[in-house]
Design a protein around this ligand. Structure first.
Ligand SMILES: NC(=O)CC[C@H](N)C(=O)O
Length: 198
């Protein structure tokens, strides 16, 4: 799998190393994005899991918030996992400390939606767009998607109907972390999105 330019991974905070390793495993060149000029040379971007409130603050501190918004608006393919999905959401419930997002994804996301009792858990999910084999998904203080706008496709939901994987044009988002379970199909799917655009 190749693209002309590398795929970027936002490396301000969170599990960006796991995403870089995942692309390495797929033979796709991937680079860390920490400054606005890093963003200019990538063909797609992953926003990792971590802590969205911290990622938001750092992105503003490093002058990346505006360029990230512009990149999303320009159609750059962006995949957000967990905190990354929160960063992409137009609306966040249970946001704290004046938290802002890059936005672009026409979804309402609730942070830490599983509460303290079910802080972290693993389950198998049907994701029809990735084939018949279920996806083993790890949720860590994960968000859920509570509302989706018209242009949003639901890629997967839990048995109780809560939405955990979504796609809208250039944007892809999961509440869980394929990068830490060795599940490569979401990253392959994202690379295909990037290739389809360039
Ligand atoms: N694993 C994660 O990325 C957790 C997300 C975190 N709870 C947040 O609000 O950003």
């Amino acid at each position: 799998m190749t693209t002309d330019r590398p795929i970027g991974v936002l490396a301000l905070q969170g599990d960006f190393r796991e995403h870089l390793a995942m692309f390495g495993e797929l033979g796709v060149e991937a680079v860390s994005v920490r400054r606005p000029e890093d963003l200019e040379r990538v063909a797609g971007l992953v926003i990792p899991g971590g802590e969205s409130t911290v990622m938001d603050k750092l992105s503003r501190l490093f002058g990346l918030a505006g360029p990230l918004k512009a990149a999303v608006a320009s159609g750059l393919p962006v995949y957000g996992t967990c905190a990354g999905l929160i960063m992409l959401a137009d609306t966040v419930r249970d946001a704290i400390d004046g938290q802002q997002t890059i936005g672009g994804f026409d979804v309402v996301v609730r942070r830490n939606a599983f509460g303290s009792q079910l802080d972290s858990f693993e389950t198998d999910l049907d994701v029809p767009v990735l084939g018949d084999e279920p996806v083993h998904a790890v949720f860590i203080r994960a968000p859920v998607v509570e509302t989706v706008g018209e242009g949003v496709t639901v890629l997967s939901a839990l048995d109780d109907g809560r939405i955990v994987a979504v796609e809208q044009g250039n944007l892809l988002g999961t509440s869980f972390h394929p990068e830490i379970t060795g599940e490569t199909r979401f990253h392959e799917y994202f690379v295909e999105k990037v290739r389809a655009r360039v």
